[in-house]
Design a protein around this ligand. Structure first.
Ligand code: ZN
Length: 286
């Protein structure tokens, strides 16, 4: 991808190289706790909820530490890259929404190390990148890019695809799809609920296709082989492939992300048509 000369996003929240609650200064931490306790007594409810930090987790007034760890240069190259890709999703979706008569509200993207606290609770990096509908943010530990290589999804477009997929979940959230599906899932069997999860994931793949379709027209970012990298990425993180890697027998009922073939197929549909209407993965269950 020709990404270096492209715009960076201002929606990156960098929480890397910062210590959590345990590492904070005694004075600052104590003062923060007192203020929170004071608010708690005054209002009779958890003030963290008002700050958007609720959800039962410990307050995390993160504090910076200067990082000079080996490998941080590589990390920052990855951070730069993520920032460009996030900006590209803002430009692409901004256009798609404008065309439909809406204004696009972009998500924030949080870079973290090891564990992160969000409106979705405490999450470990082992979960992989995720989108939290509760706070409209995408979360990623850049270590996941190494994992992606290990799964056979190599190249910069594979990494871009992962970000675009998570932003796809943000689009679903803006459309009210995420909420509708969650409601529906509470009323159906486990098997049907799994299928609905799969269809949600496939739609996010299709939305990743819409992103590149629209962005490429604006920015001319693709190089030879990029699309193949994206398709390979979609395929290599399919549930069947992951089950096989985990030494399990392939069981479509347990799929929540879709098979390799399905994922690659929906990414291609989004990329070909570049339109939301073509990404109705749920039409098969209506
Ligand atoms: Zn997903």
């Amino acid at each position: 991808m020709r990404w270096r000369d492209k715009r960076r996003s201002s929606n990156i929240e960098d929480r890397r190289g910062r210590r959590g609650p345990r590492g904070r200064k005694r004075m600052g931490g104590g003062l923060m706790l007192l203020i929170i306790l004071g608010l708690f007594l005054l209002m009779g409810k958890n003030p963290l909820n008002l700050l958007g930090l609720g959800g039962g987790s410990v307050p995390s007034p993160y504090e910076s530490t200067t990082s000079s760890l080996p490998g941080s240069a590589q990390k920052d190259e990855n951070a730069e890259f993520v920032s460009v890709i996030l900006a590209s999703t803002e430009d692409a979706w901004g256009t798609v929404f404008k065309r439909a008569g809406y204004q696009y509200k972009a998500p924030k993207l949080v870079l973290f190390n090891d564990t992160v606290s969000s409106a979705c609770g405490m999450t470990s990096a082992a979960t992989g990148p995720f989108y939290c509908p509760g706070d409209h943010k995408v979360y990623i530990d850049l270590g996941f890019f190494r994992e992606l290589n290990r799964m056979g999804a190599t190249g910069d477009f594979a990494r871009a695809y992962v970000i675009a997929h998570e932003v796809g979940h943000h689009i679903q959230n803006l459309q009210g799809i995420s909420m509708k599906i969650q409601e529906l899932q509470r009323r159906v069997s486990k098997r049907q609920a799994n299928r609905l999860s799969t269809l949600t994931e496939l739609q996010a793949d299709c939305y990743a296709g819409i992103w590149i379709n629209n962005y490429e027209k604006q920015a001319d970012i693709l190089e030879r082989g990029d699309i193949e990298e994206g398709i390979r990425a979609a395929a290599s993180i399919g549930d069947d492939r992951m089950q096989r890697n985990a030494g399990q027998r392939i069981n479509p009922d347990a799929f929540t992300h879709g098979s390799s073939r399905e994922r690659a197929q929906w990414f291609k549909i989004g990329m070909k048509y570049g339109s939301l209407k073509k990404c109705d993965t749920f039409s098969t269950v209506r």
